[in-house]
Structure formats: C-alpha cells, structure tokens
Write a protein that binds this ligand. Sequence first.
Ligand SMILES: *[C@@H]1O[C@H](CO)[C@@H](O)[C@H](O)[C@H]1NC(C)=O
Ligand SMILES: *[C@@H]1O[C@H](CO)[C@@H](O)[C@H](O)[C@H]1NC(C)=O
Length: 345
Amino acid sequence: MDVWLRSYGGSNLLMLMLIIFGFFNSVAYASFNVTTIRFNEGYSPLFGDGNLVRSPDGKSVRLLLDRFTGSGFISSKMYKHGFFSARIKLPSDYTAGIVVAFYTSNGDVFEKSHDELDFEFLGNIEGKPWRFQTNLYGNGSTNRGREERYRLWFDPTKEFHQYGILWTAHNVIFYIDEVPIREVVRNEAMGGDYPTKPMSLYATIWDASNWATSGGKYKVNYKYAPFVSELKDLVLDGCASDPIQEVLEASDCTEHNAHLNVQDFVTVTPERRAAMRNFRQHFMYYSYCYDILRYPIPPPECVIIPSEQRRFKDTGRLKFGGSHRRRSKRRGRNPSVSTDNQSSM
Ligand SMILES: *[C@@H]1O[C@H](CO)[C@@H](O)[C@H](O)[C@H]1NC(C)=O
Ligand SMILES: *[C@@H]1O[C@H](CO)[C@@H](O)[C@H](O)[C@H]1NC(C)=O
C-alpha cells in the first residue's frame, strides 16, 4: 500500500488501482502449467560473466550491473515459435538509466534482416515506478518501430512476476503473469515485418543512460551499484531450429506446434481479453498505433479501439500525463531501437 501511495499518489487513484488489481488477481489464480529448466539446461552467459551469478541449484540467476559492465545470457539454441518466460525481480531504489531486457532476437545471425520481440524495463529515479515497453521487429524492420509503453499494476522490485512471450505462426502475445497485455495478430499486409526466422532468447541488464529515463535526463548513478535483477523459473518451450538450415528448408515443428496449441496460454479466453483491455485502458501510456504523426496510416496489425484511442493525442502519448521522450540508436548486445523519428516518444 505504502509503495502504491508513493508511486502513484492520490487516494482516488489508489482506489482505482485496488479495483483493477483485484480484477487481475481473479484472472491470475490459474497459473500456467509450464516446465521450468535450470540455467545450464538451456542458457549460456553472453557478456559480463563475472556479473552473472547463478544460484547453487542452478535454478535462478542474478544479472548485475556495476560501473564496469552489465551482464546477460542467451539461450544455447534458437527456436522457431514457442513460449519463453521467466519470473523476474527488478533492481530496487535508484535505478534511473538502467534497462533490463527480456527478449528474443536473431540479430547475431541475420544482421540486416533480423527478427525480434522485446520486453524492456526502464528504471526510474527513487520513489518513481519502473515502466516498460514492448516491441516487435521482423526482417530488419528497424525503421518501423512498434513500441508500446506502459506502467505496471504492482511494484516489480518487491516480488517475482512472470513475463512471457508467446510466438506462434498466427500471433504474438506478451504476458505478465496470466494477463495478456498485448497481442499482435499476424496478417498478410505485415509481410516480412512479422517475425518468422528462428530466434534466441536473451536477458540483459545494461546502462542506457542516454535514453532510458525521461529521455536521458537521469543517468545511472553508480553510487547505488551493483544493480541486481534476479530471474528464475526459466521456461524455453520452443521448437529448436537451425536458422541457416531454416533458410533452405523450413524446420519440421509439427510436433512442437501440436504441443503448443493445446497449452493454456495459447487461448485468450474472454476473461483474459477483458483483463487485457483493462490493462491497456489504464496502464498503457504510448502506442505506435495511435501515433498519427509517425504513422498517418496505422500499421496493418493495429486494432484501433475507440475507448483507447480517445486517451491519446496524435503523438500517441496520453492526453493527460507526463512526457516520455527518448532518442537513441544502439546495436549488438542489446535489443534494437527503431531508427526513425523518435521525437514523439
Ligand atoms: C525482407 O527484406 C528484404 C530487404 O529489405 C526484402 O528484399 C525482402 O523481400 C523482405 N522479405 C520479406 C519476406 O518481406
Ligand atoms: C519528427 O516528428 C515531429 C513531430 O512529432 C515533427 O515535427 C518533425 O518534423 C519530425 N522530424 C523528422 C525528421 O521527420
């Protein structure tokens, strides 16, 4: 309670939060039936080895950022379609400038035509809550960002929550616990922009002082280092595929697809759809679909919901609420950022 008051202020808002939270809770009771693995069963260190600390039983891993380096890991295999998730706890206190990313990508293999699905958590100054964004790229569509930005309905530094990415031939769903917060339904007009090639799963923590918090206004303050993010209950439920082979002949994922299609998280029940609407109505503060200055014609997968749209200005930002600018280009160990006009973020 105390945290919510500090984070969001105002008792009316608190009441609203309680109601919404209760709603999410009732949806969240049925937990996904997933198989978790140990770090060594599916992952390898990617960078900042000394800052990647595994628990003795190998079931959880800490990613640290200090003044010398961040850290990250990558799945040992690449997957075509699947469900990828982890229960994550984010660093607490002063975390401005920090990004914790949980994402799939094949940028190492396909430099110019890569695919990617992102969760990116953006740290904040003390007393202000973490925010996060999701994004999607296909076939190197980095000049067509599909960002959405949101607040959370809980404090992600206090306890673990499950963050999941479902990727099938038909849709992509970003989950937080059992709430689908975003669904992208593939359609023909998206063409190559929909991810199709095998991807690896990544988790990283890094210094994004130049854009993460209020457009780079607040930098990482290493007085508070090390910044620690912890991940556990790792799920890599995908069809293991060789990306090079894939170019010649599509992998046979028949068996895995059959398995995936009967999983609980594949079905967006009416209750879950209502929870998704509710989340987006209250916690989304930017969507490329409503950014008319950037995309005068919304990209083809956008589903324009009038009650949502009314909340946004033509910049895709909330009519009421703070400004969240950012500018950036980065490559390599970190998720991509679209390289077009970012001034409206
Ligand atoms: C992927 O992008 C390349 C280069 O932009 C283009 O030539 C190709 O047709 C695209 N593939 C698909 C499936 O859209
Ligand atoms: C970027 O977008 C802003 C409006 O959001 C517009 O005023 C500006 O001219 C654009 N710049 C470029 C280079 O497209």
